[in-house]
Ligand binder design. Structure first.
Ligand SMILES: CC(C)(COP(=O)(O)OP(=O)(O)OC[C@H]1O[C@@H](n2cnc3c(N)ncnc32)[C@H](O)[C@@H]1OP(=O)(O)O)[C@@H](O)C(=O)NCCC(=O)NCCS
Length: 171
């Protein structure tokens, strides 16, 4: 078996991006735009997916994202992501966002939100690629690996239910 088909550890897929929140990132309430944070999450998670696929990837789905506290100017926002599990052509990436803000005396990182994203690996012509497996090592990675399968089943069931509902309306 080649090194590629043997798979990758979760650790080898982990990525991190961080940015300071500046005026252009703010909405009229003076807090960070949700879309700006989503863009950071998508970029970081995409880097994890690319590291695992060793090929181009596209975002297929971002699960429900909740923003638990406002992020203000001057905050340092950090996104950390890793691939939880790969299936056939798709993989689930988990991302966690934290912020620190010395101007508000938030000196230790506070969790702001988490998200699960699904990416599909494509070759340069847009054909789906088969992914190598993810090899979880720690207990936490094994737990996320198992839960990724459950979340995938829910996503597939929800998509099927919504498609059937749309088809019924169209009929
Ligand atoms: C990604 C894409 C090529 C898949 O095309 P497709 O052939 O219709 O997809 P399939 O139905 O065969 O699904 C491919 C994989 O994605 C998964 N998938 C599809 N829809 C999904 C969803 N809503 N949520 C989670 N996974 C999904 C499937 O389960 C499948 O996984 P597997 O190969 O690991 O079993 C196509 O949907 C696409 O080009 N989407 C746009 C991507 C894009 O532009 N992203 C940026 C958005 S701005």
């Amino acid at each position: 078996m080649s090194e590629e088909t043997q798979g990758h550890t979760v650790a080898s897929t982990c990525a991190e991006v961080f940015e300071m929140v500046t005026q252009g990132d703010l909405n009229i309430y003076g807090t960070m735009f949700g879309g700006k944070l989503l863009s950071m999450i998508d970029k970081c998670a995409g880097l994890s997916a690319f590291r695992h696929a060793g090929a181009g990837v596209v975002t297929v789905a971002i699960d429900r994202v909740e923003f638990h506290r406002p992020i203000r100017q001057g905050a340092i926002v950090t996104v950390r992501s890793c691939v939880n599990r790969s299936f056939n052509s798709s993989m689930e990436v988990g991302a966690v966002v934290t912020m620190e803000n010395p101007w508000e005396s938030v000196l230790t990182p506070v969790k702001v939100c988490k998200a699960y994203l699904t990416f599909v690996a494509l070759d340069p012509s847009g054909k789906k690629l088969t992914l190598p497996p993810i090899l979880p090592e720690t207990e936490e990675e094994k737990r996320r690996f198992a839960q990724a399968e459950i979340r995938r089943a829910h996503r597939i069931a929800l998509s099927a239910e919504l498609s059937a509902e749309e088809a019924k309306k169209g009929a």
